[in-house]
Write a protein that binds this ligand. Structure first.
Ligand SMILES: [Zn+2]
Length: 461
């Protein structure tokens, strides 16, 4: 599906000109050089030797996602357990940058595969493939899921993996067939968070050879409350306290089993959350004086306007018509005569800013509208107006950021690193587990800047 395949560790498939434009990459490069100087010869490909272990003699990663945990939520209330992980671990100082679109399925799959959505194929939570006309609505057919997620990389290379509700983990791929007992699915909102955490903790009671090397745990309460009430509601503060309580449960459970200092616990989220309200709406029918746009050309209104115009058979050059349509829409939106028009900009997908990495897939509809932060797009004023929390907007918006905290032997204590994109996580986890990563959009240099070299493990109490 991806026209140009990304190379291993993000280099061979990406042109130098693309990389040179990537500010984050440059920051990471500087950090990597600063941290390692000329001592960059240590092996990152050998299977890590156990070190500083109290009980476990193999590296173990517990990757926890708190859906919709916006960066800054940790300041809403007392979060002693998250604070403990931060103070004794490594934190992305101003949050983890999601991929565009900042939706749940694209981002969980980018975290798991290290690929941008254009390459892992899950370009939105729900979409219609413009070529085949098939609908993706969280389907489990492996044909939709193009990347290699961490649990597949792990089992393909002889390690053990376990997942609890991680979006996409119930898709059968490679040696991974979502084994009963180690792959909790399908997602069921009514399963209490305590049960999810305890299921993971119980794996540590198994004989060491049976303990999964990789575990992925999905918690949803911050996203659910954020959508329902918006990010500033007291019920979101309660949800944050609940996540902290669950982190306390994780820490206590690992300590009880005497493995807290051995396990790499990573807490992150897939995206942030912003309030969108009825006063900030762009109505497509308001563009009618410039161009009439039928509702059936629009696959999604907001936070991403996704359009696949259905030109008649008499139209010889649909690409040209699409370009004309985009020009007309932008003329209308910038005219000053369309309410909130300045908060929507429409692009042919191949003309989208390169930083979004959102063009090289035939699944992406030909026309994409970038919607202003917290704005809604609707067809016309007869639609019910609404006010709630949402995400999916441009990943440049700070409100779309989530958190990243890493705690365990390979993470420095009390370290802050600059914000980075979540496509970097895959390589970092693969490195900790001693796995050969599948081709992905992350950078091996970044991994070196994030993790301690093997043998230089942190003293974590
Ligand atoms: Zn989400």
């Amino acid at each position: 599906m991806a026209k140009s395949k990304p190379g291993r560790s993000g280099f061979s498939g990406y042109t130098l000109s693309k990389l040179s434009l990537n500010v984050i990459f440059l920051i990471v490069l500087v950090v990597a050089i600063t941290v390692h100087g000329s001592d960059s010869s240590s092996s990152y490909t050998r299977r890590p030797q156990p070190s500083n272990s109290k009980k476990l003699t193999k590296p173990v990663v517990l990757l926890i996602s708190s859906d919709g945990f916006r960066f800054g939520y940790q300041f809403k209330t007392e979060t002693p357990n998250i604070d403990l992980l931060i103070s004794r671990g490594t934190e992305a100082q101003t949050g983890l940058i999601p991929v565009f679109p900042t939706m749940t399925f694209p981002n969980h799959n980018s975290i798991a595969t290290g690929l941008y959505p254009a390459y892992h194929g899950i370009i939105m939570n729900k979409f219609t493939d413009p070529v085949t006309g098939e609908l993706f609505n969280r389907n489990l057919d492996p044909k939709w899921w193009l990347g290699e997620p961490l649990w597949v990389t792990a089992v393909n290379q002889g390690l053990k993996a376990a997942t609890f509700f991680w979006p996409g983990a119930d898709v059968h791929k490679g040696s991974w067939n979502c084994p009963k007992g180690f792959c909790k699915a399908p997602y069921n909102v009514s399963i209490p968070l305590e049960e999810r955490v305890d299921t993971i903790l119980n794996y540590f009671d198994l004989p060491q050879s049976e303990i999964p090397d990789f575990m992925g745990l999905y918690l949803d309460v911050t996203d659910i409350q954020g959508h329902k009430y918006g990010p500033d509601d007291p019920r979101v503060t309660q949800a944050v306290a609940k996540i902290d309580e669950m982190m306390g449960r994780v820490i206590k459970g690992l300590k009880k089993r005497k493995v807290f200092s051995d396990v790499h616990v990573i807490l992150l989220g897939d995206h942030g959350m912003v309030t969108n309200c009825d006063k900030k709406v762009i109505y497509i029918d308001d563009l009618a004086d410039w161009i009439k746009i039928p509702a059936d050309w629009i696959q999604g209104y907001s936070p991403v306007l996704a359009m696949n115009p259905r030109w008649g058979k008499d139209v010889k050059n649909p690409a040209e018509k699409n370009a004309e349509l985009v020009a007309k829409m932008n003329e209308a939106l910038s005219s000053g005569k369309v309410e909130n028009g300045e908060f929507l900009q429409v692009y042919l997908k191949e003309k989208l800013p390169e930083r979004l990495h959102y063009s090289e897939s035939s699944r992406i509809p030909p026309i994409i509208g970038m919607v202003g932060e917290g704005l809604l797009v609707r067809q016309n004023r007869t639609n019910a107006q609404e006010c709630y929390g949402d995400h999916g907007y441009d990943n440049m918006f700070f409100s779309m950021r989530s958190i990243f905290i890493g705690h365990g032997p390979r993470f420095r204590k009390g370290k802050k690193v600059p914000s980075f994109e979540n496509v970097q996580i895959y390589n970092a986890v693969a490195e900790i587990l001693g796995l050969q990563p599948a081709p992905n959009n992350g950078s091996s240099l970044f991994t070196r800047s994030l993790l301690l070299p093997i043998g230089e493990t942190a003293q974590v109490e």
